[in-house]
Write a protein that binds this ligand. Structure first.
Ligand SMILES: *Cc1c(COP(=O)(O)O)cnc(C)c1O
Length: 232
């Protein structure tokens, strides 16, 4: 990681991250194609995001509705795979519903209901993940582990939502043991056979801990600083 953000730095970081994904997967017997690198774009200029896209990154992660709306038209448009990963207020759902293919940060039925409603108005279905607050941290959003399955059952009744899995942000520095918990929770959720198709996505791991996340079955790693450099 460096302070300066430059195209060359992004290319170099990308090479390193891809190498680490390969290495980690081969060490734990996973197929590297089952791990998707998400470029987390908060505070990053569209120009630099486009460098990552032109180097083959196929998934962007957006935290803020406002920032997504203002940067959206500047992104290379030959593909559009954007996941919303930040805390989402219900009154912002309609701004992003046509711009993202998945909302990873669903943590209440209230929010799920609004996504379902807006998706319906747009004539589409929306894939979602449930964000779980595994560390029980007050400062973080996410549904409590104890309430997860009840929420999963509720959201899977909404006709315009497709529940695909879980998103977790573990307490700083304690990734590994929470990633293991998340992996178990996903398996338990699959066993519930809710009215949905493929519950197989585990979005976990950021710049500081994506290697551990891959070891415990993460399928989307969300990397910001490690790819684009430190945020100001
Ligand atoms: C910022 C952010 C990331 C990326 O964090 P880095 O430390 O920059 O890699 C991943 N997930 C979420 C939800 C974020 O807000």
């Amino acid at each position: 990681m460096t302070e300066n953000r430059s195209s060359d730095q992004v290319r170099e970081n990308l090479k390193r991250i891809r190498f680490e994904i390969e290495e980690t997967c081969s060490a734990c017997g996973r197929d590297p194609n089952d791990v998707t690198l998400m470029a987390v774009t908060k505070t990053v200029s569209p120009e630099l995001v486009n460098v990552a896209l032109s180097e083959g990154v196929r998934l962007l992660g957006e935290n803020r509705a406002q920032e997504l709306v203002s940067k959206y038209e500047f992104y290379h448009t030959d593909f559009k795979q954007i996941h919303f990963i930040g805390h989402l207020q219900t009154n912002k759902v309609k701004q992003i519903i046509d711009k993202v293919s998945m909302i990873e940060s669903v943590d209440s039925e209230h929010l799920a209901a609004e996504i379902n409603r807006c998706a319906g108005l747009s004539g589409k279905t929306m894939e979602i993940l449930l964000e779980v607050n595994l560390g029980g941290e007050q400062s973080k959003s996410g549904v409590a582990k104890e309430d997860l399955f009840e929420l999963a059952e509720k959201v899977s009744r909404y006709p315009n939502l497709i529940l695909r899995g879980l998103m977790v942000i573990p307490p700083v520095g304690e990734g590994a043991r929470y990633f293991e918990q998340a992996q178990k929770l996903l398996i338990d959720m699959q066993a519930k056979k809710l009215d949905n198709r493929n519950v197989n996505i585990l979005s976990m791991g950021m710049s500081a801990d994506y290697i551990d996340a891959i070891r415990f079955g993460g399928t989307i790693i969300r990397v910001g600083r490690g790819l684009f450099g430190e945020r100001n």
